[in-house]
Design a binder for this molecule. Structure first.
Ligand SMILES: [Zn+2]
Length: 72
C-alpha cells in the first residue's frame, strides 16, 4: 500500500499529499495554472531556452494556455 509523501506545493508551499490529487504536485488547479503561467512568462527561465519541443508539450495541455483572470 503506497502512500504519497507529504510535499510542499511548488506555488503556495502549502504542505500535503498533493501527489494523491489530480493536480499533483500542486495543491490545486489554481496553483498548477499559476506555475504554467510562470512557464509561459519568464520566471522559469533557467539554463535551457524554450524549444519547439516545449511548445509541443504546452499544446498537449489543451487550449487553455493562459491562466484565468484574477490569479493575483
Ligand atoms: Zn498550492
Amino acid at each position: 500500500m503506497a502512500t504519497s509523501p507529504v510535499i510542499k506545493c511548488p506555488t503556495c508551499r502549502k504542505r500535503g499529499r498533493w501527489f494523491d490529487g489530480p493536480f499533483g504536485p500542486f495543491c490545486s488547479e489554481r496553483c498548477k495554472l499559476i506555475d504554467l503561467g510562470k512557464w509561459l512568462g519568464e520566471e522559469h527561465r533557467v539554463s535551457t531556452p524554450l524549444t519547439n519541443a516545449h511548445l509541443d508539450q504546452i499544446e498537449d495541455l489543451g487550449p487553455a494556455q493562459s491562466p484565468p483572470p484574477g490569479l493575483n
